[in-house]
Design a protein around this ligand. Structure first.
Ligand SMILES: Nc1ncnc2c1ncn2[C@@H]1O[C@H](COP(=O)(O)OP(=O)(O)OP(=O)(O)O)[C@@H](O)[C@H]1O
Length: 670
């Protein structure tokens, strides 16, 4: 363990550098032949020689099952030792809650305590709180129950003796009404207090850690105040001997159940501000009294003595969560803990591929019903991991989604009574497990076809087939149209189609280029730009800026644009075409819409990982400068050539720089 935390490189990485021992965690039977480096490099399983994933050993500790996220893993191991809080920010499904659970396994279980709540004879509304070592709580309750049972037996015995004497005496001196009433009173009292007796005063075992095999892990994501901080139930019979004593109505919160363990709160910003404030107090004090959360309930009268809540908090979420969380809580975590950003992708190395193979084995074992994957099926999943990363030589770390694919493929194989999951099952699963966005995007493409809205041939002035991403994993063709009209006052750029802030900025940048190059005096013209049928989601990002520029230039110069072409790319104010996100999905969308060619930024060339079926269908044209875009997109040779020359001259220095750098744009993808 010390090796894990003291060294930068995690254990698996260290062993890999020493040679074949990197495979130890994958089981001794599956040692690959790593003498041939090239073969290992080319192999999708990283050199593993297995028939099915069943041959792969899965590490016992959850922390060793985590794929990638080396930094977060290191932090979790360190934080577990030092008892520090951790904030994990990143995309859903990359292993945040898995790491939080893994951390609870690393904490000592010897420190665990049970918490008991007792009736307070001096003040019924302030129950007493006592802690005992884990497992002792149950014994204490048992002892109390046993004592109460004995007392009850004795009391019942005495009660029946008294009843017998009184009834006997009453019968003896016969029909005296006063004695009859007395006998009835004694019987009533005996039943009323005799049977309940001290049962009600048995302590309440609030937190029971008797059966914990590890330190506790409590997921308080989306918890309301009572579930998070504890509550006191309402008592409908608040007096008259029918009431439940207050200590028995106390309920623990996740903060109490997580004491000496891990409290995990995803989407921390969705907790209301008062709960966040109270959470902060709990962190500071290490104990927190329980009171009724509803002001109108009798529980609100009750407040226990402080209950221990000495937990480690793992707060998780995306960037928004961090920005919107209570500043004091954030600074508390920052000051007394670690902040980690989760990776979305990881380098595609043979070692990682072997770990992804193990990931499949892990998911199959976790599910418990799926047939293991054969070699071809594993290859197909790893190919999909490459594709989903959206980056050359990377694998996606959105492993919950990839796990979903594994489960659907396994289910398909199981439904067909197969012993192993095969490549065909994975391919079928890929077709079936389309995200909502993919389904909407496909539906959108179909509808556009119905109405013949997708123009994929011929030439049109001021119309360009742009490309956009919906959600994370689906592209759509989004045409942009431009029109230039005489202006009544100073010329304006008017854009419609629910543009969001970044897209609006992109339009402004494009107009800077147009102003610079155009002979026309556009200060006296209005430029109208329409994102046709942008839909509910609107347009964000600036990846449509080369599309906008082309549409406007075409409209301004009255030169038609080829419609068998789609394009995506961001544009600098000097005309450089800069990289964008989601190129693979965008190209696939263009192919699905029946387009023949697609322009992409040269800097994105390596990120393209389109499905084989589309490779034949579409020509990919990488570009680095707007002049290259126009050269490809515009029709009408003479006008086009003079225009492109003009543009090259004006932004020539930028172009030379680009060519000198062999076509890479800005380092930061948009
Ligand atoms: N890095 C990883 N290594 C191995 N398995 C992973 C990893 N990330 C995710 N998984 C798989 O996906 C499942 C869900 O991941 P997890 O709940 O930890 O994601 P998360 O980041 O907490 O997402 P969310 O924020 O939506 O809760 C895990 O139970 C595990 O099966």
């Amino acid at each position: 363990m010390s090796k894990d935390t003291d060294n930068e490189a995690p254990p698996e990485e260290q062993t890999s550098e020493q040679g074949g021992s990197a495979f130890e965690d994958l089981g001794s039977d599956v040692e690959p032949d790593i003498s041939d480096d090239e073969a290992v490099e080319a192999d999708l399983l990283g050199g593993l020689d297995i028939e099915t994933t069943e041959e792969i050993d899965i590490p016992d500790r959850l922390v060793d099952q985590v794929i990638g996220q080396d930094h977060a893993r290191d932090v979790v191991q360190k934080a577990a030792k030092q008892r520090r809080h951790v904030m994990m920010i990143g995309t859903p499904g990359t292993g945040k809650s898995m790491l939080a659970k893994a951390m609870s396994e690393l904490l000592p279980k010897e420190d665990l305590q049970d918490v008991l709540v007792y009736h307070n004879p001096d003040d019924g509304n302030e129950p007493k709180v006592r802690t005992v070592p884990a497992g002792k709580g149950e014994q204490i309750i048992e002892a109390h129950k046993e004592e109460a049972r004995k007392r009850n037996q004795m009391r019942s015995f005495l009660m029946w003796v008294i009843i017998a004497i009184v009834v006997g005496y009453a019968l003896l001196i016969a029909t005296r009404p006063l004695l009859g009433i007395l006998a009835a009173g004694v019987i009533y009292l005996a039943f009323r207090y005799g049977s309940r007796g001290n049962d009600a005063m048995i302590p309440n075992l609030l937190v029971n850690h008797a059966d914990q095999t590890t330190a506790p892990f409590e997921d308080a994501t989306g918890a309301h105040a009572g579930a998070l901080l504890g509550d006191v139930r309402h008592d409908p019979f608040q007096s008259g001997g029918m009431e439940t004593p207050s200590h028995d109505r106390v309920e623990p919160g996740a903060i109490h159940k997580a004491s000496k363990g891990v409290l995990f709160v995803d989407e921390i910003n969705t907790l209301d501000i008062r709960s966040q404030q109270k959470l902060m107090t709990a962190i500071q004090e290490g104990e927190f009294s329980i009171t009724g959360q509803s002001e109108r309930s009798s529980g609100a009268m009750v407040q226990t003595e402080p209950v221990p809540c000495d937990f480690i908090m793992i707060a998780a979420g995306n960037m928004d969560a961090m920005e919107n969380m209570h500043p004091a809580l954030r600074s508390r975590i920052k000051g007394y803990g670690y902040e980690v950003y989760m990776d979305d992708t990881i380098d595609d190395t043979p070692e990682m591929r072997r770990k992804y193979t193990r990931f499949i084995a892990q998911e199959v074992e976790k599910d418990g019903r799926l047939p293991h994957f054969d070699e071809d099926a594993v290859e197909e999943v790893i190919l999909e991991a490459q594709r989903r990363s959206g980056r050359k030589d990377h694998l996606t770390l959105k492993l919950r989604d990839l796990g979903g694919l594994v489960r659907v493929a396994g289910d398909i194989a199981r439904a067909a009574n197969k012993d192993q999951t095969e490549r065909e099952d994975v391919l079928q699963a890929k077709r079936r497990s389309r995200s909502i966005e993919q389904q909407v995007a496909d539906d959108y493409i179909e509808r556009r076809k119905d109405y013949e809205l997708t123009v994929n041939q011929g030439e049109v002035v001021g119309r360009v087939n742009g490309l956009a991403v919906m959600g994370e994993d689906s592209g759509i063709v989004l045409p942009v149209m431009a029109e230039v009209t005489p202006s009544q006052g100073p010329g304006e750029v008017i854009a419609t189609g629910q543009l969001k802030e970044m897209a609006m900025e992109a339009v402004q940048n494009v107009s800077a280029i147009i102003k610079k190059f155009s002979d026309e005096d556009i200060t006296e013209r209005d430029v109208h730009i329409q994102f046709v049928q942008a839909g509910q989601q609107g347009v964000d990002g600036d990846s449509a800026s080369i599309t906008v520029a082309t549409a406007v230039i075409s409209a301004l110069e009255d030169i038609p644009v080829a419609q068998d072409l789609a394009m995506t790319g961001s544009l600098s104010v000097r005309g450089d075409v800069l990289p964008v996100g989601g190129v693979t999905h965008k190209i696939e969308a263009a192919a699905k819409a029946g387009l023949d060619r697609v322009i992409i930024p040269a800097a994105n060339e390596d990120d393209v990982m389109i499905e084989e079926e589309y490779e034949e269908q579409i020509e990919i044209i990488p570009v680095s400068h707007i002049s290259e875009v126009l050269e490809v997109a515009l029709e009408g040779e003479a006008e086009k050539d003079s225009l492109v020359d003009r543009l090259k001259n004006i932004t020539g220095s930028a172009l030379e720089r680009q060519v000198g750098r062999s076509g890479t744009g800005s380092p930061s993808p948009q």
